[in-house]
Design a protein around this ligand. Structure first.
Ligand SMILES: Nc1ncnc2c1ncn2[C@@H]1O[C@H](COP(=O)(O)OP(=O)(O)O)[C@@H](O)[C@H]1O
Ligand SMILES: Cc1cn([C@H]2C[C@H](O)[C@@H](COP(=O)(O)OP(=O)(O)O)O2)c(=O)[nH]c1=O
Length: 205
């Protein structure tokens, strides 16, 4: 008998919003409920994708090259990891997916939305996350969290305008696709967010 398809959850937000923190909690929570879980990330998630990630996070390149590499990594990720896992009934949680390309290459860098729409249609015409968790914080909060924790990559070194545009594009997408997005106020304490996450995940189980 074919197992029921697994669920696909993406985690989004500007750098420093708290995605990585809550991915760990979500993975533990779902494993605790007995789900086979695949925790992965973009760009990356496959050996080839991780090599593309190194390039795209550290090399200067044309904006369209950057967008194409994000989708090239995603194509491989879907083929090798996401689709097979969902088919065998595993749940997939991904640290970013296509909404990040709309937010960063589209909102942040100004790539025309119709080009991103075309790439999305090409690379995954029939696949969307069942749930997209958007961790939303004001830029100053995100920046303060980043400065306190780590060395910054190419994107994290961008200026406030870039993150403001990326955040706005995320919120625009959340309003456009309310059935799959949940916006989480990430200025709350980690414990308060976990309570909210547990309730959202229970709704999917
Ligand atoms: N709700 C929160 N309140 C306070 N600090 C937080 C919160 N969420 C995350 N942090 C801290 O902010 C930093 C960045 O979080 P992280 O999860 O790495 O963000 P992201 O993956 O979105 O870039 C970490 O040091 C983390 O402990
Ligand atoms: C998936 C994706 C990520 N990005 C950017 C957002 C992030 O700044 C960067 C890497 O994402 P992320 O995994 O959040 O890095 P870390 O957790 O190490 O901070 O890639 C894009 O610009 N477009 C995309 O399509």
């Amino acid at each position: 008998m074919t197992p029921p398809r697994g669920k696909f959850i993406s985690f989004e937000g500007i750098d420093g919003a708290g995605k990585s923190t809550h991915i760990g909690f979500t993975a533990d929570y779902l494993r605790g409920k007995g789900k086979e879980l695949v925790s992965t990330r973009e760009p990356g998630g496959t050996p080839l994708g991780e090599r593309l990630r190194e390039l795209v996070l550290h090399e200067k390149m044309h904006l369209e090259t950057e967008a194409l590499l994000m989708f090239a990594s995603r194509r491989e990720h879907i083929a090798q990891v996401i689709a097979p896992a969902l088919t065998r009934g595993a749940w997939v949680i991904s640290d970013r997916f296509t909404d990040a390309s709309f937010a960063y290459q589209g909102g942040g860098r100004g790539l025309a939305r119709d080009k991103l729409d075309a790439l999305e249609q090409w690379v995954h015409p029939h696949l969307q996350p069942d749930l997209t968790l958007l961790f939303d914080v004001p830029l100053e909060v995100a920046r303060a969290r980043l400065d306190a924790t780590r060395a910054l990559d190419k994107f994290e070194q961008e200026k406030a305008d870039f993150f403001s545009a990326a955040r706005n594009e995320y919120l625009r997408r959340a309003a456009q696709f309310p059935e799959r997005f949940r916006v989480i106020d990430s200025t709350q304490t980690i414990a308060a967010i976990q309570v909210q996450l547990a309730a959202l995940l229970d709704g999917l189980l």
